[in-house]
Design a protein around this ligand. Structure first.
Ligand SMILES: Cc1cc2nc3c(=O)[nH]c(=O)nc-3n(C[C@H](O)[C@H](O)[C@H](O)COP(=O)(O)OP(=O)(O)OC[C@H]3O[C@@H](n4cnc5c(N)ncnc54)[C@H](O)[C@@H]3O)c2cc1C
Length: 307
């Protein structure tokens, strides 16, 4: 399910053949050292880089090898997690949309769905970017927006041996068998916008000179929505207005890093919260502080704040 420890990030820039973007990225990563991440002290350049990842073109001038970055197949991970939960007795109903939460006083009692009302002791709103709609149904405005990204598969001329992040076009390229998944862009165009083919073309135009693939081998693009909070951090915790309604969203680009999947380093979300910025960082009530400088509508922060 998981390809261990084989993810790298590379900075590359034909226009600016120096390692400044890579050094800047390395500086941004520096706080991760406190979590025990194995970070290199210096970028790899030119031949060193190509020796490590021969699938890159010589236009890739500098990069980093991140031994602690992991590369997973999302669909395999989701299926495996669902299997694990089912084995523990959890019932999962697929393809059923929750339209509303039935609230009595400050308690959620049930959720409304097309197949009827389903009783609940507690409700966790974990519907990604769509969490906003469910929260709105119970009068809450979550400051989360949809950040759309695109991906497609290609048949690379040479399959990379690592997952590669091309820093300057900011495009991720991950090997899957003899194919490569190419993913990128962050588009803020709401929950229902169509695929923007100009953005998909720009991913192709910028990525291909660095990790070439066979002309015409691109599959139809897939569009996904990242749930993005104003400060890019997850929103995880109880909504102050209710006793038993929780949110788990806002993962943006860091779904896996922000979840308690780090195993040996962070065995619970609490530990992640403590380790990263203190226990309160991700709780909805801290959104007041997190959003004060980003949202003109103070009401959003008021609704989210509380004990
Ligand atoms: C192109 C792209 C590349 C990415 N690459 C990476 C990466 O390399 N690493 C990484 O960590 N993250 C990556 N991400 C981000 C990651 O995919 C998201 O952070 C993650 O999917 C968010 O998980 P989630 O469970 O919160 O939401 P989602 O994965 O969006 O899941 C929400 C689910 O809720 C369901 N739902 C919505 N409304 C309702 C409703 N009313 N009732 C019932 N169900 C509902 C949806 O159908 C969906 O299945 C990428 C995202 C994109 C778009």
């Amino acid at each position: 399910m998981v390809r261990p420890s084989s993810c790298t990030r590379w900075g590359s820039s034909p226009q600016r053949p120096d390692d400044r973007p890579v050094r800047a990225f390395l500086r941004d990563l520096a706080p991760a050292r406190e979590l025990g991440y194995d970070l290199p002290s210096e970028p790899l350049v030119a031949d060193e880089l190509l020796a490590l990842e021969p699938a890159l073109s010589p236009q890739a001038r500098s990069g980093l090898y991140l031994a602690d970055h992991w590369h997973v197949s999302s669909s395999e991970l989701a299926v495996a997690l669902a299997d694990l939960l089912r084995r523990d007795g959890v019932a999962i109903e697929e393809g059923i949309e929750v339209s509303d939460i039935v609230i009595e006083g400050s308690q959620a009692r049930a959720v409304r769905t097309p197949i009827g009302t389903v009783g609940a002791d507690a409700v966790v709103i974990a519907a990604g970017a769509w969490s906003v709609r469910i929260a709105k149904a119970v009068g809450m405005q979550l400051p989360i927006v949809a950040g759309k990204g695109y991906s497609f598969l290609v048949r690379p001329r040479r399959v990379p041996t690592h997952a590669v992040m091309l820093l300057e076009p900011h495009v991720g390229c991950s090997p899957f068998g003899d194919l490569m998944r190419v993913a990128g862009t962050m588009e803020f165009s709401g929950l229902d916008s169509p695929i923007n083919s100009r953005r998909v073309d720009s991913i192709k135009r910028l990525a291909r000179p660095l990790l070439d693939w066979h002309e015409g081998s691109e599959t139809e693009p897939w569009a996904g929505l990242r749930p993005v909070a104003p400060d890019g951090l997850p929103v995880v915790g109880r909504l102050a207005k209710f006793e038993n309604v929780f949110v788990a969203s806002g993962y943006s680009n860091a779904r896996y890093d922000a979840r308690p999947t780090r195993g040996r380093r962070a065995r619970s979300l609490d530990r992640v919260q403590h380790t990263i910025r203190g226990a309160d960082t991700f709780r909805p009530r801290t959104l007041r502080a997190r959003c004060d400088h980003t949202t003109p509508d103070g009401r959003i922060a008021d609704e989210m704040s509380g004990p």
